[in-house]
Design a protein around this ligand. Sequence first.
Ligand code: SIN
Length: 490
Amino acid sequence: MIETDILILGSGIGALSVAGELCKNHRKVTVITKGLKKACNSSLAQGGISVALSEGDSAQLHYEDTMAAGCELNDPEAVMRLVSTAPEVIREFIDTGMVFDTDEKGNLLFGREAAHHLNRIIHAGGDKTGLRVVEQLIRNLTTDVTVIQNEPALELRVKDGKCCGVITRAHDGKINVYKANYTILATGGIGQLYPATSNDETITGDGLAMAYRAGARLKNLEFIQFHPTMLTIDGKAYGLVSEACRGAGGVLVNRAGKKIMEGVHPLKDLAPRDVVAREVYAHCSKGEEIFLDITAVENFRKKFPTVTEICEQHGVNVDDGLIPVAPGCHFHMGGVEATSDGLTSVEGLFAVGEVACTGVHGANRLASNSLLEGIVFGKLLADYILTHPYKSVNFEDEPVTTQIKALPEKDEIKQKMMEFLGIVRHESKMSEIFKWFEQFMPDGRDFCKIDITKTTTEELERYNMLTAGYLIAKAAADRKESIGAHYIVK
Ligand code: SIN
């Protein structure tokens, strides 16, 4: 058994923010990641960080936009805590050496994305914000933080509602048992459950599935955000085309050049993401091609180097002014129920970032609020740990003998998720998807705990994808009315 005080699973912005704050206070932290440390959604994030720092902005206005985008299903207290703590946390982050884009006088530049009523989004390196933030947070870590890569977490160690660590598989195949006082899930969302996604390939819902098997309360799982604009060629998605492109003047058009958001919503191309994604999807479902017309965006290459690179890698010349797009799975608003300090319903288990559902996003996340949530709530979680000493009780892990059944391939799971639990859900088809899931339940009733020592990491990933998919289906079936990102046709 390996003993450690604070154990973090995952290596995105939430994880690094907690680790950075703790090591500043000389606490020992172990970060364990499934892949390489930069293989996370945060590194891929093109959009920036929304923060009320621009002239004329305020926490109250940021709050109002966040609540409106989330269809008021957000937790008002959590939202207010996020937006009002944000300016101070971002200023502190800048003091550690983080460089955001500025004008020639050194003033922060503020961009616009969907559903924000004013310019409030700061970027770094244009559309390279996520990567730059991850790199800075990594630079801020001290030798008190040990980062272990390529070691997937298999199961949380939980008994009687208390967590005392995790079981992992090291890169040489050895099973490692960790004992920790604080176990923090920062494993990201569920993007790889869908065929088209902006998410890293490691994001297969593992944290959600492990938390479920550990008995943690989950929340709002039906709310999955599809980003309206993934670069899409012949039906295959190749990466995100940031919403900031629309904020800078990009317009969605069909092959004939007709603007498709005219008359759909007063904010047109900058309507909330769920509205735009559904509109693009409706056109694509009729076999139409949709493009982002970027001819009005000045200095596109300079402002959007990542989008330019992705386009050029796939034979799309941004100078032609048209980028072929379609929606893809982007962000999970739901997750493991957690407070803004990261506490879950399981003692000793904490959650931060996309895996957590703190209620700040409601039914649809406001653009660029996710990196912000990772940074701000990561710091609050660290503050909580620093002020709440806790020793977990160690216990023997109970042997599990249940074996998995033959599982479907990942592509089949993704197709089913898109067909039944995608941008549009059909109430009449729900029973079909439940039957499909049920055939893979080891005991015929549930995606229960299984003998992890008898599964490969890849099998466990598929098992976790099925578990997360099934839980999303249950939540979607329970919510009878369309709201935000949950759109159900009767
Ligand atoms: C984007 O760049 O369009 C994504 C920003 C976000 O998800 O908040």
